[in-house]
Design a protein around this ligand. Structure first.
Ligand SMILES: NC(=O)c1ccc[n+]([C@@H]2O[C@H](COP(=O)([O-])OP(=O)(O)OC[C@H]3O[C@@H](n4cnc5c(N)ncnc54)[C@H](O)[C@@H]3O)[C@@H](O)[C@H]2O)c1
Length: 361
C-alpha cells in the first residue's frame, strides 16, 4: 500500500496533537500544513510545507485526505472546499458552528462521495466499545437511566489567553459537554428531548460555568448530567480514562448506567448485579470489574480514518451524525436560555438526511 498523503488545516492546540500523531503513523505522510500564522508554524515544523492559505495547500500539495482543526466557524467552508476537490476529511468537533452550515457541508460531502469522520475521539476508546456491547447484550437488563458528571476547575489563564471563552458559546456546554452528549448518543441512543438550567455564579462571566441537564432518550431511558468548569472533582471522562497527559489520571468513574437487572460504572466498567432471577432492594448486590485495554484515542481515530479511506470500514461518525450531536448540544443551550424543554426529533428529521443503519461494534 502507498502511504496516504494528508494535510492539516489549523496548527493550534489540537492541530499540533494531530501533527504529532501523523508523524508517528506508518500509513500517513504529511503533505502540508495550512495556518494563517504560517511563519510561526513553519518555524515549529521545519520539514513541512506550510501555507497561509488553505486553498493553496489543497491545490499545490493535492492531499488524499485532510484534518480540519481550524476554529469552528471555518469548519464548513474548509470541509466544502475539500469535498469539491475529492479530498476525504477528518473534521474536528463541533462538525460546524450552525445547523445551516452543517447542512451545506453534508450536501457537499454527499455530492462529492468523499469519506468524512468527525473528531469526537472518545468513540474510539476500547472502554466505549465494551460499554456499548454490554448495553446491547442487555447485561444490565432494560436501560432505565444514566447519571453523569463532568466537573473540573479550569485555571484563570485558560480564560485570559482566549477571552472568547468568557462569552456565549465559549462555556462548558458547547466546549466540553458536546463530547459527553456525543458519547451518550453513541452508547445509549438518540436523544428525544432536553431541558437545562445553567448558572454563572462562580465566575460571573457572560457565559455559563455550570449546567444541569435533563435528557430523555428515544428508547425511554432518562439521563441527568451535571457539568461545571468551576468545581474541583476527579469526575470527568478525561481524568477517568487518562486519555491525555494534560488531564492527570484519576481512575474514577463519572457515569452510572442503571438497568432493570443491574448497573454499570463508566469508564471503569464496574458491573453491579444481584444473584437470582428476582431483583430486589432486599438482596445483596455485588460488583465485578470488566477489563478493557486503554489506548490512545487519537491514534485509534487515525487508524479508523485510514480504514475509511481504503474502503475497509464504514465511518464511525460521518458529518450528518456529527450534526445530530450539534443539534442536541445547541438545544441544551436553548433550553437553558428559554426555560423550555426542547424536542430534537423534528429538527433532526427536517434538517438532516435520514441516518443510515449503524451496527454497534
Ligand atoms: N477533539 C478534541 O479533543 C478537541 C480539543 C480541542 C479543540 N478541538 C476543536 O479543534 C478546533 C481547533 O481548536 P484549537 O483549540 O486547536 O484552537 P486553536 O485556536 O488553538 O487553533 C486554531 C488554529 O487555526 C488557525 N487558523 C485560524 N484561521 C485559519 C484559517 N483561515 N486558515 C488556516 N488556519 C487558520 C489558527 O492560527 C490556529 O493555529 C476547534 O473546532 C475545537 O473545537 C477539539
Amino acid at each position: 500500500m502507498t502511504n496516504i498523503a494528508i494535510g492539516v488545516i489549523g496548527a493550534g492546540l489540537i492541530g499540533r496533537k494531530h501533527l504529532a500523531k501523523i508523524a508517528e503513523h506508518p500509513d500517513f505522510d504529511l503533505a502540508g500544513i495550512a495556518d494563517v500564522n504560517a511563519e510561526q508554524v513553519a518555524a515549529q515544523n521545519p520539514a513541512a510545507r506550510v501555507f497561509a492559505d488553505y486553498r493553496a495547500m489543497l491545490d499545490e500539495t493535492r492531499p488524499d485526505a485532510v484534518i480540519i482543526a481550524s476554529p469552528n466557524q471555518l469548519h464548513a467552508e474548509n470541509g466544502i472546499e475539500c469535498a469539491r476537490r475529492g479530498i476525504h476529511i477528518l473534521i474536528e468537533k463541533p462538525v460546524t458552528d450552525t445547523l445551516a452550515s452543517a447542512n451545506a457541508l453534508i450536501s457537499a460531502v454527499k455530492a462529492a462521495g468523499i469519506q468524512s469522520l468527525v473528531g469526537h475521539h472518545r468513540r474510539h476508546h476500547r472502554q466505549v466499545a465494551t460499554l456499548r456491547s454490554l448495553l446491547n447484550e442487555r447485561q444490565i437488563g432494560d436501560l432505565v437511566g444514566v447519571s453523569a458528571i463532568w466537573a473540573v476547575y479550569k485555571p484563570d489563564p485558560y480564560f485570559k489567553v482566549a477571552p472568547w471563552r468568557t462569552q456565549a458559546g465559549g462555556g462548558p456546554v458547547l466546549i466540553n459537554l458536546i463530547h459527553e452528549i456525543d458519547f451518550l448518543r453513541f452508547s445509549v441512543g438518540e436523544i428525544a428531548t432536553v431541558g437545562a438550567v445553567v448558572s454563572n455564579r462562580q465566575r460571573g462571566f457572560a457565559v455559563e460555568d455550570t449546567a444541569g441537564v435533563l435528557i430523555e432518550f428515544e428508547n425511554g431511558a432518562i439521563g441527568t448530567f451535571f457539568a461545571s468548569d468551576s468545581a474541583v472533582s476527579p469526575w470527568t471522562t478525561e481524568q477517568g480514562v487518562g486519555e491525555s497527559p494534560e488531564f492527570p489520571f484519576s481512575g474514577e468513574s463519572s457515569y452510572r448506567f442503571m438497568g432493570s437487572r443491574g448497573a454499570l460504572e463508566f469508564p471503569n466498567l464496574v458491573q453491579w448485579a444481584q444473584a437470582g432471577d428476582a431483583p430486589s432492594w432486599n438482596e445483596p448486590i455485588q460488583a465485578r470489574r470488566i477489563h478493557a485495554p486503554t489506548l490512545d484515542p487519537y491514534v485509534a481515530q487515525l487508524d479508523h480514518f485510514r480504514d475509511l479511506i481504503l474502503g475497509k470500514a464504514a465511518s464511525l461518525q460521518p458529518v450528518e451524525d456529527g450534526a445530530r450531536t450539534l443539534i442536541a448540544t445547541l438545544a441544551v443551550a436553548e433550553a437553558a436560555a428559554t426555560g423550555q424543554r426542547i424536542d430534537l426529533r423534528e429538527r433532526c428529521a427536517t434538517l438532516l438526511p435520514p441516518q443510515p443503519e449503524r451496527k454497534a461494534s
